[in-house]
Design a binder for this molecule. Sequence first.
Ligand code: BTN
Length: 262
Amino acid sequence: MSRSQPPLPIWLHWLESCPSTNSWAIAHLPQLQHGDVVYTPQQTAGRGQHGRVWHSPPGVLTASFVLEHIPVAQLPVISLGAGLSVIYAVEDLLPSLQGTLRLKWSNDVLLNGRKLAGILCEATASGTLGRVVVGIGLNCRVDFEQAGLDISTIGQAISLHQVSPLVPDPLLLLDRLRHYLLQTAGLLKPEQNTGESTGLTALLPALRSRNALLGHTIIVETGSEQVTGQAAGISDRGYLLLQLPNGEVRSFVSGHILWNHE
Ligand code: BTN
């Protein structure tokens, strides 16, 4: 007699293999709903921030989460909320994890200063509301050397199994991640009577207390310039604040951060 598997949750789209869960979710968006999750244990052409390739060796959890009814003005802060969701999900499931989880604005989660997870948010909007596909790559049980990654990448990355004897089952992780992402989306939703969203205000204390960059000298690369300064915090709108050598403080809504934190 064979034991039957428990049914998968209805929100889960489990693909044996696919090039990119984000691309799959975007291509199937009309058929997907708020809270749906696309997961594959074998992503063959993952995409990262700024058009880069995201390597998905065995042991990386690769999934995309669909969120709807997000005010267009709040779209830039979704990846910050997603970063917090990763932190909370990992802390829930591994309460005795040896390490400190922090956010590297705006889309990386660091564990003990090394990259544990990357986030790629892709949005479509019609009118004032948008739908977002939140792609998360979370290193769970990755053997970086076997994956053939170069030594500098290995030095900057970390996998949960390196700091915890237990690594949660993908389904449990997906469930917790979805729970916190839906909570974030709920916070960012516009108020019924005012149309305003107060959600970012609720997220700011956690975003600020988990800010890995604070006080460090960093380079912010935008499409047009590279600006060096000291990370001075996160603004009320979720933007990165950078204090320049002349004392001026500039804010950035997006950008790639170069940071030598060794
Ligand atoms: C980054 O750090 O550059 C972001 C990486 C995001 C990777 C995830 S894996 C699941 C989803 N599908 C993709 O193709 N990319 C995201």
